[in-house]
Ligand binder design. Structure first.
Ligand SMILES: Nc1ncnc2c1ncn2[C@@H]1O[C@H](COP(=O)(O)OP(=O)(O)OP(=O)(O)O)[C@@H](O)[C@H]1O
Ligand SMILES: [Mg+2]
Length: 313
């Protein structure tokens, strides 16, 4: 298996902020790879270094063996990126912009017309083709940004939060289009803070937090990396203090994680333990609103590894 992107001891500082902190990562040719982490974890910074927009502070990044610093021109031939914030002038119109883009990445005029129309139809952009960029909604702008990469079909296709502003129906169309791109030979890298997107799309996922790699593997591997296979989740009547007291009582069963309105306990034999836990809580006068026994989600994996949440609320 060939390594498409090789990252070694990558560090990126902005003043006193360490955005990427000694990151090591191999992204394999042909896979759909996910960078999963909350706001500010260093996803965009990493992607912008791979695509030669930023220079590393230290460490190395190679794209098919080519150094992003010394061989930027070669690297740029391999990489296409859909930025987190769409880039266009206010007076650009989607159709013209994408036609121009298609010509720049090497299509003939007639090929360009065909591929642009095709991609615009797939993403539901065709009806917006002659509007000004400033007239487009946020989600539609984002689709134009993504269309660039779908048109380009680069060896390494990078999508920075592709569906963050996009409605549910469009999300599925985008995901399908990205999968199709991979089928046609691209390696795909997606940054997201949406565990559902990561789980649906990515064959391997790197969980990053505060610039550091916290876990790496397939969804299955990540879930199995939590040693206690089940989660008992409780919702109680009461305030924060109630949850604190319950947590104290239930620590004996396994690792606990508390949020504003729930308490999770990571343990084995969840179904059996849940009954014991119910009895214990009732005997101490707790009012239980809800109890669930679940398998861990990626959100739970992230929680378990970092003690932080992927998304607020
Ligand atoms: N150009 C910059 N100048 C200064 N600090 C920056 C710059 N770009 C990023 N940072 C900081 O680096 C850290 C990582 O930011 P980055 O944008 O890479 O995170 P992210 O994981 O993409 O977050 P999000 O989910 O919000 O997009 C943050 O603390 C951010 O404030
Ligand atoms: Mg980002």
């Amino acid at each position: 298996m060939e390594v498409a992107v090789k990252i070694r001891k990558l560090v990126k500082r902005f003043g006193n902020t360490v955005a990427v902190d000694s990151l090591d990562l191999d992204i394999n040719e042909g896979e759909i790879f996910g960078l999963l982490g909350p706001n500010g974890s260093g996803k965009t910074t990493t992607l912008l270094i791979i695509s030669t927009v930023y220079k590393p502070t230290s460490g190395e990044v190679y794209v098919y063996g080519h150094d992003v610093i010394r061989e930027g021109d070669v690297v740029r031939k391999y990489v296409g990126i859909a930025f987190q914030e769409p880039k266009a002038l206010w007076v650009d119109k989607p159709y013209e912009l994408l036609l121009w883009h298609a010509r720049v990445v090497g299509y003939s005029t007639s090929e360009a017309r065909e591929v642009v129309k095709n991609v615009m139809e797939v993403l539901g952009l065709w009806e917006h083709r002659n509007k000004y960029f400033y007239q487009l909604s946020g989600g539609t702008r984002k689709k134009v940004e993504i269309a660039k990469v779908l048109i380009q079909k680069p060896k390494i296709a990078i999508f920075d939060e592709p569906t963050a502003q996009v409605d549910v129906i469009s999300k599925h169309a985008l995901w399908d289009a990205i999968r199709e791109l991979r089928t046609q030979g691209s390696t795909v890298i997606i940054a997201t803070n949406d565990m559902f997107e990561a789980e649906r799309m990515c064959e391997r996922i790197a969980i990053i937090y505060k610039g550091k790699l916290k876990a790496l593997g397939t969804v299955e591997e990540l879930k199995d990396s939590i040693p206690e296979g089940d989660i008992v989740e409780l919702m109680l009547d009461g305030d924060e203090n109630t949850y604190l007291r319950a947590e104290d009582l239930l620590k004996q069963y396994g690792k606990t994680v508390r949020s504003n309105d729930s308490l999770k306990i990571f343990l084995n034999k969840g179904e059996e333990r849940a009954i014991e836990i119910l009895d214990l809580l009732k005997s101490r006068g707790f009012k239980i609103r809800k109890i669930m026994v679940k398998e861990p989600s990626l959100d739970d994996v992230f929680f378990y590894m970092t003690g932080a949440k992927l998304k607020e609320g």
